[in-house]
Design a protein around this ligand. Structure first.
Ligand code: PLP
Length: 450
């Protein structure tokens, strides 16, 4: 059974079930697998003709042994991945992987749907309910709420900043009910996250079993390994190197690619594009880390993160140590870090230019997050002279989630996928709350207390 250690190295190792159910380690570090299972070329070859759900099973079963039986995991994969994962050829050997086919039209569905099903299995027949607290700037809340809707023994509370989420993003959360509660906090995303963190650390809430579905949870990362492997076996000659480009905020999505690389996928370079929240690109340039507080507001709103929690995992995988406050205790192996990862920051102006030029030059429709990735990839290609390398850039949301921006730039309105249709007419339910911790604690006690 694979054990998981904390990046702060001051908490006991746990198995996958405990890592999933607790989210963050008790020493406030993040869990990573003690040994990373391997995928050799022989096995990659066998995945070539498999469906997405079958590839997900092949990859995830390497982590779930002893916790979920193969029969159960196979069913979860089939059930979670019942939608398309399109790969589009754009130019030369560059491709776009569209991760927007799920029910809330962002890549977060991939992890949220698997995680919810795993929680459902683990809590089957349990006599205690688990409460998942999640702060969202838009896409996490809807993906998590949608995925956990109706899962027995699990309750979900989502905190969102009403002024920072789009109407469509809000309606994707507030039109659900059942075991889902949504809270409009009179504040910013940073305030939502701060209240959630405070609740996790509050001894007065010990009677409520809290967990997290933010990407501090290892359950959010493992399913995100799968689509990089899927893209690779669809496009590459097995053994051939590939470059992957990921628009990044909290660095959960890129961690999926980094774990895929450590499993043996021949990822030659991982290109990480951030918006103006450039604390990591600045670290790569200066070797000094300073978080950005408050985070900078950009049109790629789901990437407005001033201190990506998963950076602790990246640093750990290169033998360094950075704690949850952003303090570096031990520098990582910078030489290897630079060999494997290339980081770049993209402004809003460059993001808009990227949306226009992708459309005009390649008939490629991108939304702001994918456009940050595309712009970052162009910068990489201009710097490194390797235009023929096989490359995959991920598009993390559906353009129809950002109709105003796209109409303004391109004069077209993106087609609305079925998952986003009909939201207008559904009734909304949400609780309004001041940005005040005692009020939040009272709400939690009233809603879930014994
Ligand atoms: C969450 C999100 C991101 C950022 O992903 P991280 O894992 O936080 O780096 C990028 N694009 C979209 C559309 C998102 O919802």
């Amino acid at each position: 059974m694979i054990q998981f250690y904390s990046t702060n190295h001051k908490a006991p190792n746990v198995n996958l079930a405990d890592a999933l159910l607790t989210g963050q380690a008790p020493d406030l570090g993040l869990y990573l697998p003690e040994s990373i299972p391997q995928l050799d070329s022989e096995e990659l070859r066998t995945l070539k003709d498999k469906s997405y759900a079958e590839i997900a099973f092949a990859v995830l079963s390497k982590y779930t042994g002893g916790v979920f039986s193969d029969v159960v995991l196979k069913t979860l994969c089939k059930d979670a991945y019942n939608y398309d994962v399109p790969l589009e050829h754009i130019t030369n050997r560059t491709h776009i992987l569209r991760l927007d086919g799920g029910p809330t039209a962002s890549f977060k569905d991939f992890a949220a749907r698997m995680m919810a099903r795993m929680f459902g299995e683990l809590l089957k027949g349990s006599d205690q309910e688990l409460v998942i607290l999640t702060a969202t700037s838009g896409d996490t809340g809807s993906a998590v709420a949608n995925a956990f809707l109706g899962v027995p023994n699990v309750k979900v509370m989502v905190l969102f900043p009403p002024d920072e989420v789009s109407e469509r993003q809000r309606k994707q959360m507030t039109t659900l009910s059942g075991n889902i509660r949504t809270v409009a906090l009179d504040g910013k995303f940073d305030n939502c996250q701060a209240l959630v963190k405070q609740a996790f650390a509050d001894p007065n809430l010990e009677e409520i079993r809290l967990s997290s579905a933010n990407s501090i949870n290892i359950g959010r990362l493992l399913p995100q390994i799968v689509y990089y492997i899927y893209a690779y076996v669809r496009l590459a000659e097995i053994g051939e190197p590939i470059q992957i480009c990921v628009p990044s905020g909290n660095f959960g999505n890129m961690m999926g690619a980094l774990l895929a690389k450590r499993m043996g996928l021949p990822i030659e370079r991982l290109i990480i594009a951030t918006n103006a929240n450039d604390e990591v690109p600045v670290f790569f340039r200066t070797e000094e880390y300073h978080k950005i507080e408050p985070s900078r507001v950009c049109i790629s709103n789901a990437m407005n993160v001033g201190h990506p929690s998963n950076f602790a995992r990246v640093i750990d995988l290169y033998r360094g140590w950075i704690d949850q406050t952003g303090l570096i205790h031990r520098m990582p192996d910078l030489k290897r870090l630079h060999e494997d990862l290339w980081t770049v920051s993209v402004t809003d102006e460059e993001t808009r230019t990227s949306i226009r030029s992708a459309w005009q030059n390649h008939n490629l429709l991108l939304e702001p997050h994918g456009a940050v990735g595309w712009a970052g990839l162009k910068k990489y290609q201009d710097t490194e002279d390797n235009p023929d390398a096989l490359t995959v850039c991920v598009e993390t949301a559906h353009p129809a989630k950002f109709p105003e921006e796209i109409e303004q730039l391109l004069g077209i309105i993106p087609d609305t996928p079925p998952s986003l249709q009909g939201l207008e007419d559904k009734p909304e339910f949400h609780i309004e709350l001041d940005n005040d911790y005692p009020a939040f604690r009272d709400l939690l006690k009233e809603t879930y207390g014994a």
